[in-house]
Every structure is written in C-alpha cells, then in structure tokens.
Design a protein around this ligand. Sequence first.
Ligand SMILES: [Zn+2]
Ligand SMILES: [Zn+2]
Length: 275
Amino acid sequence: MRMLVVSDIHGNFTDSIMEYASSSDLIVCLGDLINSGDYNEECFEFIHRLASETRFLMVPGNCDTDCFQTFLNKNDEISIHRDVKDFNGHTFAGFGGTIDLISHVRALRAYFLSDSEGLLDPISSNLGNSSTLQNLFDIIGLEIKDGCLTAIPETLTLVKKWEKLRPSCEFQDCEIRDFFIKEAASSDIWILHTPPFGFPGSQRLGGFSIGSRGILDAIIALQPMLTISGHIHQTGRWKLGTTLCLSAPAMRNNFAMSITIDSRQEIAFEIIELK
Ligand SMILES: [Zn+2]
Ligand SMILES: [Zn+2]
C-alpha cells in the first residue's frame, strides 16, 4: 500500500501535489488546511480534487475552524476524526486538533517553576535575555522577581487572557486517550494532527513538548503499528516500543510524504519536494 501524506497546508493549495495523488492507494491529510480565520472555498475544492483521485482520509488541525469541522461532519466518508475505518487490510483510527490550551499552559508553568536545579536556567541563560521568552512568560503568567522565577496567581483575568488564545480545535488529553483505548483498540494505523508528547522536534521554547500526553499514553497502552502526525511542520521518526511514529513535513513549505507498507508489513517513507 502506498500512502500520500499531506499536512499543514496553511493555504498552499498547490497543483503539483496532484501528480503524486493518482499513483497512491490512499491520501491522508493531517489538517491545518488554512491559517486561522482564512477559511475559503478554495480549500474545499482542493479536498474534493484530492478525494476524486483515490481513497482519501483526513483529520482537522488546530487551525481548522468550526465551519471546516461542519464540512467534515457532512463528509463522513473522508473524515477519520474520532473515527475508525478499514482500508486495504488495515484498520485506521484518527484524531485531529490539538491539546487543550489551558491545560498546556498550566503544565508549562509547572515545568518552568519546578526547575529547582536550574537546568533550564531561564533567568541567566541567553534565553532569559530574549524577548521571545519574556513574551512567553507574560502570556503564561510567570515573572522574574528578585532574580527568582515566580507565578502570577491564576486569576480570572489571567485565564481570560489564555481563553483568547484557544485554538479552533482542541481536546483534553484524557478525551484523546479514552477514544483510542475505548473505541480504537484494534486499529493499527493512527492518523493524527498532534504528535505524541516528547516527539523529537516537538519541543518549543524552554524545551517543553507541544505533543499530546493522551496520545503518548494511548500508543504505549496499545502499540499500534504506525502513527502519522503533523503540527510541528517538520519530518521526524520516533520508535516507541513496537510503534513507528512518523511526523510529516508541512505542505506550506512545499513538502509532502510518501509511505509504503509491503506485504511483510515493512514500512518505508520518503519526502517529496513539490515543484
Ligand atoms: Zn500547522
Ligand atoms: Zn497545527
């Protein structure tokens, strides 16, 4: 089986992907078709064109708005979000969107504050002088007082500031984990927008992963053969026990991925550079 993986398109609906579409048995799209708020008809036309070439499955990304999710609900045959579908001798399960932002912010606050060994050293390191780290601290409610990192209490005003930053499509980690464990336990290929927590390359400022702990727990519990995720806009490969976790590059940067699974269930992948 040859799969064409497109992810994180962010409005780059380039025609050059079509030459790879017809030679694939399956096209999977990992979401983030648009930039938040930039929803347009061009996006739906692009999906319909891909879906007319061969079997097509997709999940939404965190940038895909409510109206996009309504489109997916109406097009059940292509949506694999919170769903399980059989194809070509494999059972696919999917979960789109990303982790709940407020839980992520709370974990990030704890991560910086618990660094009692000073390993991250946000105060004296170069990071501490950078305006990007300062901006992050302003958003998540941390401040440096008398050379010591402290948390601003979680008041309603602070939570309201976080609420404004919530992505269009987010889920609690426990919700994601429960879906796989309760409804997709026998699936062998997972189609995801967000990678598992700790995935190489998923670490952002300060080294904290933007992956999902719910996905990580579910992979460890169920050990599917393969997971494919996007969101971090870079190619990556991670082995978690017997599970191969792949991260697809961003089509926004003119890249796609091709994955082949042979009759012995050997998995190979290559990166496609689009013209
Ligand atoms: Zn993206
Ligand atoms: Zn994303």
